[in-house]
Design a protein around this ligand. Sequence first.
Ligand code: GLU
Length: 502
Amino acid sequence: MSSHSVRVRFAPSPTGPLHLGGIRTALYNYLFAKKYGGTFILRIEDTDRKRFVENSELYILETLKWCQIEPDEGVGYGGPYSPYYQSQRNNIYRMYINKLLKQGDAYYAFDTDQEIDKKRKEYNNRGLVFSYNSRIRMDLNNSLTMTKEQLYDKLRSCSYVIRFKIKPGEKLKMHDIIRGNIIVDTNHLDDKILLKSDGVATYHLANTIDDHLMKITHVIRGEEWLPSTSLHILLYRSLGWTPPNFAHLPLILKNNGKGKISKRNTDSLNFPIYPIQWKVPKSQIIIPGYRELGYLPEAFVNMLALLGWNPGLKREIFSLQELIHFFSLEKIKKSGVYFDIKKTNWFNKKHLNKKKEEIFSFLFKEIKTRSILCKKDYLWKIIHLTIDRIHFIHEIWEHSFYFFVPPNSYEENFFNKICHENTILQLENAKILLYDMNQFTSVNLRFLFHTIKNKHKIMQLFRLALVGFLKGIDIFLILEMLGKKESIRRIEKLINRIKEKI
Ligand code: GLU
């Protein structure tokens, strides 16, 4: 592939926030462009004004920024092929539609919705399926079935659409980089509308013309567009253009096996669907995205990249630069892929592991707001000891608070169970052991405990005394970190609580 010629586009319609599938499409386009030193373009496909949702465009731009996959060209970035909004390009589309009309590859259709409904019923009653296609069009109200005079008359007085005239009887060969060769029988295609009655081009026409004029070399998009590709290829041919290469990405499926993820079925999902938060228009509702929930963009992008693509290596953690390096369209899967939130959290954990400075600042702020004083070294030690337990930066406090503050309360069930004289005795004895130690290190403590009776019970009691719960890192490390004085103080506090209770 001659490198500088690669031009790809992400072409969302501004119909709301992006969901996982949408942002993955953007990511694959970005990775492919960067791999070949090409250009990644953002085009807004806003021909369908009825589906327009305010703030979608801002959302898209902010999401791409957060993921660090910003376009080189297009809406918000400018470039030699502007405008990059389809709503501003309608005069271009009209020029080409005239060409198609002149060539006889498109025709005017005047059928009203009622007329079409009537025909549909007629066909259904005869046990046939109605479709505006090469078999039925001669039975309908269009420029193919009227004289020139009738046509001029109609054009002056009626509203109309312009349809593409499919030539039947061809086995159209198409190639998809992911799916291989595909053959489509043009007898099965209908005459799609290219220009709507309001004079605005439809997606099919606008998309094809723009991809050609913007010199797009590879169309990388969702599988839902595969059935439209035959029409697009026929349009390229009628306009005398060479089509770009196509790669249709697999669907992202819900892991309960119940269909694909889409903007319309977010309610039934038990995981976030949006990359960043979405403010539902005209309401106070804000739906948090991965960003707000504490996922790192690096982790989110790494997870998304592997959702349908695999470089065939053993490792799974990649930086954006590495993803670019290994990316290839040929290694994208054909079949749908399952999204897994647990795996996503795992990616976050792995990437968080490389963010020790950020965790340090976060923890530092936490202790500052609580007016706790502590040495930097101590903080670093705590981070090293607890980092493997956290998936999100905000979890660091709940996994490390006991290094800074003694527990205020104790896990109820366990506390109630151990509330008797015998526990007090055991704790008093263990306390003496600690007291007598010279070097209060985890190694020595472990060694000492190895020899005592009831060691498991005592270790649990210590954990309750020091942490308040039966959670936390290795108990000997906790003891060492807190030091002899503080550990004994907390054990005494527990003894007192038990005494109060019995
Ligand atoms: N506007 C289409 C969408 O929102 C783009 C399809 C394409 O990439 O060709 O999915």
